[in-house]
Design a binder for this molecule. Sequence first.
Ligand code: ADP
Length: 213
Amino acid sequence: MNIILFGPPGAGKGTQAQFIVKKHNYFQLSTGNLLRNEVKLNTSLGSKIEQLISNGNFVSDDIVNTLLKQSITNLKFRDRIIFDGYPRNVEQAINLELILNEFKQTIGHTIFLNVSRDIIEKRIMGRMTCEKCNMTLNEHFNKKQIELHPCGAEYLKRRKDDNLKVVIARYDTYMRATNPVLDFYSKNSNFIEIDGADEIDQINNKINDILKV
Ligand code: ADP
């Protein structure tokens, strides 16, 4: 079954997704990473995307949906996808349901990591992402892990869009466009809210319990 990790930017979706991938053999589908990979490939689509992301804007639903469909239809990931950072608006939520229905797949759990804006700012401003393996660490909380990172600490970079101005824009966009998606999922019996302000391990334990059921 597939899983949605939902929450504001910096809530810890990527961090928790990495644990689920390791322990439960899932594929992390972060549309942010899909988009950033397209930018790295230097395609014309990639340069369009780069412009939008570096200003804290969303890319069009068309672009995201095309990239998304490629992953959902990949048999290697069938029913083992963690949607991390998707859907970001109600149209995308509807679209996801349509694509999943079309390919006879379902969402097993929608997990909402709820975190306040002041915590988010601190987390995002310290976020370091590995260019090679996409692992996320934090320069305030993970000093030792950064030093010992298996790919080499030099590959841990700040994302271009992790600056205060863009963080505020992303949070505002989240509140306006993404938060309404909660209404779409919260009435389902497989919806669960977790306090994302807790320690990483505590949250991870809660998610493991959910996935055992
Ligand atoms: P998202 O994918 O929701 O945008 P990330 O997983 O990238 O968020 O986390 C943002 C930053 O906060 C990262 O630097 C990460 O290491 C850190 N972080 C994530 N979860 C927690 C947590 N529960 N407590 C403290 N820091 C966290």
